[in-house]
Design a binder for this molecule. Structure first.
Ligand code: PMP
Length: 320
């Protein structure tokens, strides 16, 4: 039988698709790795498995233990799936603003969710996590924002997959950064194994990489209000700061033109990739990561613009 023995075996090895409906300069090709095709629906399934595997190997976590993690949601879903595999209790601390779908999925996977006020950002969620760790004996903090295993996850999985899938022909790698693990690990792998790869990091307006002030944004899953210790600025060959409007416009185009239902961080990655494409030489292959799907953001209004346009068209056609 050609079947997976369990859901955990299905993590990774996601497909790469070429995007063909956006206007690109001659000889420039654009590819996206569809991380929404992981069982938990995001790039963070890889992280959940890797962090818990390492914690067990290092003896920091045992069956029946508890993990506590501050997360925007996708890491929680990835860790919740891994917690099932390893038989541990999972508690996630999530700022209120994050999508209700993600919080529901974490609970569906058996995890407990603790909310913190939106205005305190991820730092507020981290502070609450530290309190819970002190209160619950035998608890373990996977710590995606400080754990060096975070970028290692992607050095060992996403990087080699991309190099193989594109036959090593990658000129520009574009990825958004929340913790920065995906960008850091994948960029390191590509720079270690391929020649002359340009690595471009993507953030929303309101994130600090470009030196601007930190403020809230609607693009979910990316953006930094502090720099995790594993961030290595030497890996940045370019930084693109993308407005929420542009990210949302691009994700709606991805749906309409390509049939790809992806989230706002994918919209930002697409926007940055198209900017790279606009100035690229013929023969350039650009590859980006689409970290998750749009379905978990319907209630946050990801397609409200589409709905509004539909209503306006309907009114206009009745008038006409
Ligand atoms: N996009 C989405 C939707 C995410 O949830 C995350 C993780 N926060 C990212 C992108 C960025 O991943 P990383 O934390 O590895 O930078």
């Amino acid at each position: 039988m050609n079947v997976a023995r369990n859901v955990h075996e299905l993590i990774g090895r996601t497909p790469v698709v070429e995007l063909t409906s956006f206007p690109l300069p001659d000889g420039v090709r654009l590819f996206a790795k569809l991380e929404n095709m992981n069982p938990g629906g995001s790039v963070k399934d890889r992280l959940g498995q890797y962090l818990l595997k390492q914690a067990f190997l290092e003896g920091k976590l045992k069956k029946g233990g508890t993990i506590i993690e501050p997360t925007a949601g996708n890491t929680g879903i990835g860790l919740a799936i891994a917690a099932i595999r390893y038989g541990v209790r999972a508690i996630f601390v999530v700022p209120e603003k994050f999508s209700i779908e993600k919080q529901t999925l974490m609970r569906a996977l058996g995890a407990e969710v603790v909310n913190t006020p939106t205005q305190l950002g991820m730092e507020g969620a981290i502070a609450r996590t530290e309190e819970l760790l002190r209160e619950i004996p035998g608890s373990y903090y996977p710590g995606q924002f400080q754990n060096a295993s975070n970028p290692d996850t992607y050095y060992e999985s996403l990087g080699p997959e991309l190099a193989e899938e594109l036959d090593g022909k990658i000129d520009v790698f574009v990825a958004g950064a929340g913790s920065g693990g995906t960008f850091t690990g994948t960029s390191k792998y590509l720079k270690d194994h391929l020649k002359n790869v340009k690595c471009v990091i993507v953030e929303p307006e309101g994130s600090i990489l470009n030196g601007g002030p930190s403020h809230s944004h609607r693009t979910e899953g990316i953006g930094m209000d502090f720099l995790p210790p594993f961030i290595d600025r030497r890996l940045f060959d370019g930084i693109h700061t993308i407005s929420d409007e542009e990210a949302f416009e691009r994700l709606r185009e991805a749906a309409k033109k390509e049939g790809l239902l992806v989230g706002s961080s994918s919209g930002a990655a697409l926007a940055a990739s198209l900017r790279e494409a606009a100035t690229a030489q013929p023969g350039t292959n650009i590859v980006t990561i689409f970290p998750d799907s749009s379905e978990r953001y319907i209630s946050s209004g990801i397609y409200d613009e589409v709905m509004k346009n539909e209503e306006e068209n309907a009114v206009n056609s009745r008038r006409g």
